[in-house]
Design a protein around this ligand. Structure first.
Ligand SMILES: Cc1ncc(C[n+]2csc(CCOP(=O)(O)OP(=O)(O)O)c2C)c(N)n1
Ligand SMILES: [Mg+2]
Length: 553
């Protein structure tokens, strides 16, 4: 690709070329945690025109760059060698799962000391470590064209199949002069949409259709079209199983049933036609007793990434194309030839009967959590919502009232320790207030990101759902105990490591330790009034509130 140096300009320090790259692409922020082997870059970043955002742990650096890119469309981050990359890896996984267009650099041992088995200090197989979680991962030595590789990695990260791109730069690439080169930067249009009339026809003639939406649909601008299609054809919608990175359709849309393993579960079991668009198919974390869609005569899956089609199950139609464009085409096809009046009426009645059901599917297991998130129902009207609330997210998806879901951000990777950093990135990229809804366990995982919330004086309201530790983990232990008792072996649950009540510092003291004021209303207090006060403070700077949640969900 890069056969010969193309420039007669005098060589320039690699670090300065990286800073120039940042400047040329107009990155407004650099997320980094420095170290010796990247000094020439850190030094040159002073002249990059971008604000340097430090962190006290690389997991936060990566989460910040991730949250930022999800809003701004790209981000730039730099880490120190093997330890920095290892510390950031779980959050790189989150960014990978959600196809975040971020560019991550790391320093690497210099060429002369690069060894086969990482003999020298902080040297490591950075490409091997990051390759599974990146669209591109490559190591650069001197003589390799630095600037063309930076531009190439950035382009790859941005699509048409977006996702993190990674470059490991040997120390002397950064610290010594490199030839100044340039390459072509390609235009990369979205993947074209094939004929979808078979899917439209199946949806038109279905008695009990169901549309499952994922975050990719929202990221590709298809939410409004699917909401319109749903209204016009009286088709229920559900969010993909468990975590969503974005809300594929608005939570307050009258036909939105919430999570497919929650209130939408009965619709899933008897749907005759299913469209899964911009989501995974399926990606549940655990094998489940019931088959998916047992009554379906037709299932279609549309995803922007061909490798994600039929990842764990087969469907009747699997289409790799831009899900946003596909949603618009499907809505138009059906508007031109809509469902018949009598079938639409039957669908509407079915939806109405279903809408008010309570305690269905997973929702029946978290009544205390549902009650606890009630004061948060209009959270999306107060700015962005970053969600790392684990069991809370099912409740939030159910209770949020917004008819525009576009400011919700979560992660389907579910590597905990992401939320605080992601909230910082979203606040910096959007310039708007952020509500971070986070479990007390996740808050502990990502406590080091509180440092950035405080240091940046950011308008972030941290809402901790405190159920005394890892509520979802305890639920799995209860299931396990039940399974054993059915076989005659029974033992009380121990909740080893998942009951954090009366252990270590409280959530409030952790938060206040970072200098963030924290409210702790008690059961019986007016939680809605407390929440409004927290938001009021949070518009001006860091604010936190701990909402008590029943220990049993
Ligand atoms: C990095 C990481 N370690 C462990 C887990 C396993 N895990 C899944 S949920 C959970 C508990 C999370 O606690 P909290 O945020 O308080 O949410 P809750 O389960 O109480 O709703 C854990 C430890 C994980 N997802 N990620
Ligand atoms: Mg918890």
């Amino acid at each position: 690709m890069f056969s010969k140096p193309t420039s007669s300009e005098p060589p320039v320090l690699g670090g300065e070329q990286i800073a120039q790259f940042v400047k040329d692409h107009g990155y407004r922020h650099i997320f980094a945690l420095p170290g010796s082997s990247m000094t020439a870059a850190t030094f040159a970043f002073q002249n990059s025109g971008a604000e340097y955002v430090p962190a006290i742990h690389e997991s936060v650096t990566v989460a910040m760059a991730d949250g930022y890119a999800r809003v701004a469309g790209s981000s730039f981050a730099m880490l120190y060698m093997m330890p920095g990359v290892a510390n950031g890896l779980a959050n790189l996984y989150n960014a990978w799962k959600d196809e975040t267009p971020m560019l991550l650099l790391a320093s690497q041992q210099g060429t002369r000391l690069r060894s086969p088995m990482d003999w020298t200090v902080c040297e490591g197989d950075l490409v091997g470590m990051t390759r599974p979680y990146t669209r591109l991962s490559h190591e650069l030595a001197p003589e390799m064209p630095l600037r063309p590789w930076l531009d190439h990695a950035r382009q790859i990260s941005m699509g048409p199949l977006p996702g993190p791109a990674f470059l490991a730069l040997q120390e002397n690439v950064i610290e010594e002069p490199q030839s100044v080169e340039s390459g072509r930067i390609s235009v990369r249009p979205a993947l074209a949409v094939p004929d979808l009339s078979a899917i439209a026809e199946a949806l038109r003639t279905a008695q009990r259709p169901l549309i499952i939406v994922g975050g990719q649909l929202a990221r590709h601008g298809g939410s409004r079209a699917i909401e319109r299609l749903s209204s016009e054809q009286a088709i229920p919608m559900a969010y993909e199983a468990a975590f969503s990175d974005r809300l594929g359709a608005a939570p307050g849309h009258p036909n939105m049933l919430g999570n497919i393993i929650g209130r939408a579960a009965p619709m899933e079991q008897d749907a005759d036609v299913v469209l899964a668009i911009g989501c995974r198919f399926m990606a549940e974390a655990h094998a489940r007793p019931l088959p998916w869609f047992p009554a379906a005569r037709f299932i279609a899956h549309i995803n922007g990434d061909p490798t994600k089609l039929e990842a764990s199950q087969s469907v009747d139609w699997a289409v790799a194309c831009d899900p946003g464009a596909a949603a618009n085409i499907l809505a138009d096809l059906l508007a031109a030839k809509p469902v018949s009046a009598d079938v639409k009426e039957a669908r509407s009645q079915r939806l109405a009967a279903h809408r008010n059901q309570k305690g269905v599917g997973y929702m029946g297991m978290i009544p205390g959590t549902l009650a606890a998130v009630e004061p948060l129902r209009d959270a999306l009207d107060h700015g962005w919502v970053v969600d790392e609330s684990t069991s809370g997210l099912f409740a939030l998806q159910d209770r949020l009232t917004a008819t525009d879901g576009s400011r919700y951000i979560g992660t389907t990777g579910s590597s905990l320790g992401w939320g605080t950093g992601a909230a910082v990135g979203v606040a910096l990229a959007s310039g708007e207030p952020v509500t971070l809804v986070i479990g007390d366990g996740s808050l502990r995982f990502s406590a080091l990101g509180l440092w950035n919330i405080a240091a940046g004086k950011l308008p972030i309201t941290v809402v901790v759902l405190d159920n005394g530790g890892y509520g979802s983990t305890r639920m799995f232990e209860r299931f396990h105990a039940q399974k054993l008792s059915a076989t005659g072996q029974s033992q009380e649950v121990g909740y080893l490591g998942s009951d954090l009540r009366n252990m270590g510092p409280s959530v409030k003291s952790i938060i206040e330790g970072f200098g963030i004021p924290c409210m702790t209303p008690k059961s019986g207090d007016d939680m809605r009034a407390a929440m409004m006060t927290a938001w009021e403070k949070g518009r001006k700077g860091p604010s936190a509130i701990v909402l008590p949640v029943d220990f049993n969900g």
